[in-house]
Design a protein around this ligand. Structure first.
Ligand code: HEM
Length: 434
């Protein structure tokens, strides 16, 4: 670990010096870009894991949620400890969740409570694990293949493939297509950005999200009323929610249904699109890994394809850390040399990216080695709030990318471009049209 830390320090010093030396103009942006790149974050974490595994700072790195300072947690054992200790390290999203719903909290913003159990249980009855093979996979596979087949050898991955298929799933499976696919992609992206990504609490991000939330609430309210007035005879998530309501299930009045649906729609669209783009981008930088993914895709071996994709996402996950706030003063890693006192109110940045590269927890983590087993990955949370859509993610990402990976001559035709947002908006690739 010490050797890896020294190597990381050397590489960071060279890159940092380059960013600094390019002149005062644009220096802050160059340094921000340096630290924003996942590859450099991995180096910073390698250094921290060895030198300061649980780093406490008086500085508030997150301004969007109230806190008293920051603790950065980097070792696998401590990352999982914090996420397991739900009563000491609480989720912080409640005020923003309430702003999005214009009232109630959503279950990701709740600590363990009767309301949390009620809402998760209700939504598990409406979004069933058996839907994944029966509805989700066939829909995504068919749509993705049709889009790639019609693309003529060039495709803009988020704009033409991932976002249209995912917003299509909202219509087909959830029964909530919104006014159009692009509008649903825009609304869910703006709300996700505000809730989880905008750590600085920027006014323009807040305004855009709250406008989207208001429009999305109005659309969902009307859709729920219309479906109740005139049942469609379908078996979509919305129909199942209304069936629970008709059975008198608590928490499933119209507002409860709308708020739970908003939370799921936000969780589904921007994340799955970004994860698919990141996985593909990582593979295109690694010829051997790309070849393994292509072989699995051509053999229709979804398990082997997923194993390569999870490994790609380990190198560049959608979120490199998860954050919690200390409910009271406490200690992380008690009884070890790295034990760290955490003041009440401190924001704890739990670096899942770092945990997945911890050599104490994983065999040769710097090697790209598919098939490590599920425990090696913290790609969509850990503990009580582990992603509600985990099984959907595992099915959808391979199905979105399989048609592209089957094609010969797959190449990058431009960079991943967020167009000023933290989400991929453009990523052109080309392939040999059949
Ligand atoms: C690759 C795609 C996805 C990624 C990377 C992702 C990431 C995450 C992460 C990191 C968490 C935990 C947040 C925390 O602990 O603070 C989470 C929770 C959650 N996700 Fe996802 N997610 C994805 C897809 C989905 C999908 C498809 C849905 C909806 C069907 C969804 C709905 C949720 C919900 C409702 C929670 C809260 C669970 C709870 O509080 O018990 N996500 N997700």
């Amino acid at each position: 670990m010490a050797g890896a830390a020294l190597g990381a320090a050397g590489r960071l010093a060279v890159r940092g010096a380059r960013a600094y030396a390019g002149g005062a103009e644009g220096r802050a942006q160059r340094i921000a870009a340096l630290l924003g790149a996942t590859e450099n974050q991995r180096l910073v974490f390698a250094l921290l894991r060895a030198a300061r595994p649980n780093l406490a700072l008086q500085r508030k790195l997150i301004a969007a949620y109230e806190n008293t300072g920051t603790v950065i947690v980097t070792r696998h054992a401590d990352v999982t400890e914090v996420l397991e200790r739900e009563s000491d390290f609480a989720v912080v999203y409640e005020p923003k969740m309430r702003a999005i719903t214009d009232g109630e909290n959503f279950f990701l913003g709740m600590q363990d409570s009767p309301a949390y159990t009620r809402d998760v249980s209700n939504m598990r009855l409406a979004v069933r694990r058996s839907d994944v093979p029966e509805i989700v996979i066939p829909h995504v596979a068919t749509q993705a293949e049709a889009i790639v087949a019609a693309a003529g050898g060039r495709i803009d991955v988020p704009a033409t493939l991932t976002l249209p298929v995912l917003t299509g799933l909202l219509g087909q499976y959830f029964g909530t297509p919104g006014p159009s696919g692009p509008v649903m992609a825009d609304w869910t992206t703006r709300m996700f950005w505000y809730l989880f990504v905008d750590l600085a609490g920027e006014e323009k991000v807040t305004r855009a999200a709250l406008e989207a939330a208001s429009a999305c609430r109005a659309w969902l309210d009307a859709a729920i009323a219309a479906r109740k007035a005139q049942p469609s005879g379908t078996d979509q998530v919305l129909d199942r929610c209304l069936a629970l309501q008709a059975a008198g299930v608590p928490g499933m009045d119209d507002l409860g249904i709308r708020n739970n649906l908003i939370g799921l729609l936000i969780g589904l669209v921007p994340t799955l699109s970004k994860a698919s783009v990141k996985a593909l981008d990582t593979l295109l930088d690694r010829p051997e890994a790309l070849a393994a993914a292509q072989a699995a895709a051509r053999a229709d071996d979804d398990a082997a394809l997923a194993a390569v994709l999870w490994e790609a996402l380990r190198f560049d996950p959608v979120n490199p850390f998860i954050y919690r706030r200390a409910v009271r003063e406490t200690v992380i890693a008690r009884g070890t040399l790295r034990a760290r006192r955490v003041p009440a109110g401190a924001m704890v940045l739990v670096a899942n990216l770092s945990a997945m590269f911890d050599p104490i927890a994983h065999d040769r983590p710097k090697e790209f080695r598919p098939g490590r087993g599920a425990e090696a990955y913290i790609l969509w949370g850990y503990g009580m709030h582990t992603c509600f859509g985990a099984h959907i993610n595992q099915a959808v990402i391979p199905q979105l990318l399989k048609p592209l990976l089957r094609r010969a001559g797959l190449r990058r035709a431009g960079p991943v471009d967020g167009a000023g947002t933290p989400f991929p908006v453009h990523f052109p690739v080309t392939f040999d049209a059949a």
